[in-house]
Ligand binder design. Sequence first.
Ligand code: ATP
Length: 319
Amino acid sequence: MSDLTLSSLSKNYNSDRKALIKTDLFFKHGVRTALVGETGSGKSTLLKLMAGLEQPDDGEVLIGNERVEGAHERLIAGHKDIAYLSQHYQLPKFITVEEYLFDEYSFSEEDLNQIYAACQLKDLRLRITQELSGGEKQRVALAKQLLKKPKWLLLDEPFSNLDYAHKRIIKNALDAIENLLGTSLILVAHEPTDILPWAERIIVLKNGQVIQDDETKTVYYDPINEYVASLLGAYNLINPSLLKTNGTSFKENLIVRPDKIAIKEKVDEGLAGKVIMNKFLGNYAEVVVQVDKELIIVSSKMSYQLGDIVSLKFEDFKK
Ligand SMILES: Nc1ncnc2c1ncn2[C@@H]1O[C@H](COP(=O)(O)OP(=O)(O)OP(=O)(O)O)[C@@H](O)[C@H]1O
């Protein structure tokens, strides 16, 4: 059993504001989970407490039935089954990649080769660490964590400062790790395009507290408030007066994702409006339509001309 259970976990770094407040969470092994939240909301604190790299003020972390000791309880902080990779990792200098990775762990040649392959390090084995690019260094830091064969890998912003190609390599490596080592992943990320296609579960933090915790699609399409909506990409706050004309009436503003609104060709089918912006985004376009005084963002496979008169149709309202 290597599920993680957090009970009443709290942390205060001697300031007025608590970094994490009485947090209860259960992480089932094998479920890809993303932690999201504004800066300072407590994401890193949560990961470090889970990895035994900080000392909780209150509460505990269990892996299976075993308590993960806090940083003050151990000579060397951390737990062998829980690896943590921060965005601020440091590699030692004047050492080759191979020397660094070979340093302290005993592992078979086969394990090493698999990890080299997963992290695309084969061609970098003999390179000196300070001569590597940022993306290459990160893959070395990742491989180092993997040599522990952790049951859990907690990644704090693994995609920050990476270009598309390096992100792709890291994402492929993470997929490979799950299959190869059976390691479960929890990560902190900010870009919706890094989170949504990957995560099965999203946990949203604000001011040190979990405010929403659900399957990815639920958090995306049914965020509990505008703060959650804003963390995962474009959204519309639809004024209920507009929706009345669409045949339904609502009391509160509705949060509606751009892909839940369709542009219809026939103007009499929905809400009529005028296209005032058409942003090309590769495989789709973000079209901004003005309906009365409201601006509504719609994602569309087709591009439109500025000034086109179109009709909007809303899909799937839960509320
Ligand atoms: N070592 C520390 N000493 C004092 N305060 C800290 C320390 N680490 C974090 N904090 C404070 O705890 C709160 C939570 O910080 P944390 O780093 O966990 O947030 P975060 O969500 O990971 O933020 P970011 O997205 O900017 O990394 C913040 O108010 C932060 O200033």
